[in-house]
Ligand binder design. Structure first.
Ligand code: FES
Length: 91
């Protein structure tokens, strides 16, 4: 393992394997993976991270089975499972 390998983290987003740098937030990983949203509103509209600082609550995803986790306030971890499928279509 090289130093660069140690700085990379592999997680899954909606079942797809994604590799990011250590210190990357889940919200950033979603964007880098091309995921277009984090959840749907009660009315069915797609929602996505907005403020990036834990205020708007629009980035809620399920992480390792824990629903409504703020993606912008959560760092990626090795083996983490992120799920945005609470109604999202085409992500
Ligand atoms: S992006 Fe606003 S709370 Fe996460």
């Amino acid at each position: 393992m090289t130093h660069d390998d140690a700085a990379r983290i592999r997680l899954t987003i909606d079942g797809r394997s994604v590799e990011v740098d250590s210190g990357t937030t889940v919200a950033a990983a979603l964007a880098m993976a091309g995921v277009n949203g984090s959840r749907r509103s009660v009315g069915g509209e797609p929602r996505a991270p907005l403020c990036g600082m834990g205020v708007c609550q629009e980035c809620r995803v399920t992480i390792d089975g824990h629903a409504h986790t703020l993606a912008c306030q959560t760092l990626c971890r090795e083996g983490q499972r992120v799920d945005t499928s609470n109604g999202m279509v085409g992500v």
